[in-house]
Design a protein around this ligand. Structure first.
Ligand code: SF4
Ligand code: FES
Length: 309
């Protein structure tokens, strides 16, 4: 990595130096024609190219931001944790929150400090791994987005950002900002499946489902299992997550054979894992990056009652 960066720097210096000489000798020919993405042409001078390269690295850019990060550090489940401070400088407003953490990690690693452990995978708002409480709010101040889709322009320049892990008994801390969310997997194992053979895609399309039903099921299926609903709830309840999974399958014809069993066993698994119950706080809905509605919880409660009778 250091070798590549050094080569990059040498090339950049050489290229800009050569361009400056050319500019002095032939000022009229200094326009460099480049193809833009639209297939049109545009012109750039040496200083414009320099600015462009600086923007890329965000060095010396007037738009660059800096932050003081207060990060929860904890070696493992047993040891006590504490908040540690780090400086994030030359942060581009277009960096995602996780990219900013990557840059901070690169710097502190060079200083011999253990990098901050945090989870991520898809970085596209799909997998639900990026579970961080930012300034006291799961997934931060964006609203309707996951941490990986939160951009640094959402934060005030030179402000202090506090970063903590999900805090819930059922999500034991593994290290720093990583928690074990396998309790969700065990709830899914308890009933988040269908036993009927649904065949291939053409078979599925041959089963008529009304538009309303399909949309209801799809809205519920948007849940990515991130756990922000649990992290925001004073009871650490997983009702929003469970209700989304139950509603997704219980509304579709393919989910009917296990409907009653699914509802009861997923709720039992939720209790067994140590999640609390719902007392209508609505915090879960407010922080959910996929805007899962608390109406699904009403559906779950109705289905639970019917299943018990
Ligand atoms: S309901 Fe929302 S907050 Fe809860 S796990 Fe699903 S996507 Fe995450
Ligand atoms: S990393 Fe996958 S949702 Fe954020």
């Amino acid at each position: 990595m250091i070798f590549v960066r050094t080569c990059n720097l040498i090339f950049r210096k050489f290229y800009i130096g050569a361009l400056s000489i050319w500019e002095e000798l032939f000022p009229k020919f200094v326009s460099i024609t480049t193809n833009t993405a639209q297939g049109k042409t545009s012109s750039a001078t040496t200083s414009e190219i320099n600015d462009f390269l600086d923007q890329k690295t965000n060095k010396g850019n007037n738009n660059s931001l800096s932050f003081t990060l207060k990060v929860w550090r904890q070696k493992n489940t047993e040891e006590k944790g504490q908040i540690s401070s780090y400086e994030a400088v030359d942060v581009s407003p277009d960096m995602s929150f996780l990219e900013m953490l990557d840059v901070v990690n690169e710097k502190i690693e060079l200083d011999g400090v253990e990098p901050i452990a945090f989870d991520s995978d898809c970085r596209e708002g799909i997998c639900g791994s990026c579970s961080l409480v930012i300034n006291g709010q799961p997934h931060g101040p964006g609203g309707g987005v996951t941490t990986c889709q939160l951009y640094m322009r959402s934060f005030e320049d030179k402000s202090t950002i506090t970063i903590e892990p999900w805090r819930a008994k059922a999500f034991p801390l593994v290290r720093d900002l990583c928690v074990d969310r396998s309790a969700f997997d065990r709830i899914i194992e308890a009933g988040g499946y269908v036993s009927v053979n649904t065949g291939s895609a053409p078979d599925a399309n041959s089963m008529l489902i009304s538009q309303d039903t399909a949309e209801e099921a799809m809205d519920a299926a948007a849940c990515i299992g991130c756990g922000a609903c649990v992290a925001s709830c004073k009871n650490a309840s997983a009702m929003l997550f469970v209700s989304a999974k139950v509603k997704h399958l219980n509304t579709l014809p393919q989910g009917q054979p296990e409907r009653k069993r699914r509802t009861i066993s997923m709720l039992e698994a939720m209790e067994k894992e140590g999640f609390g119950n719902c007392t209508n706080e609505y915090e879960c809905e407010a922080v959910c990056p996929k805007n899962i509605s608390v109406e699904h919880i009403s559906f779950l409660n109705r289905d639970f009652l019917k299943s018990k009778i």
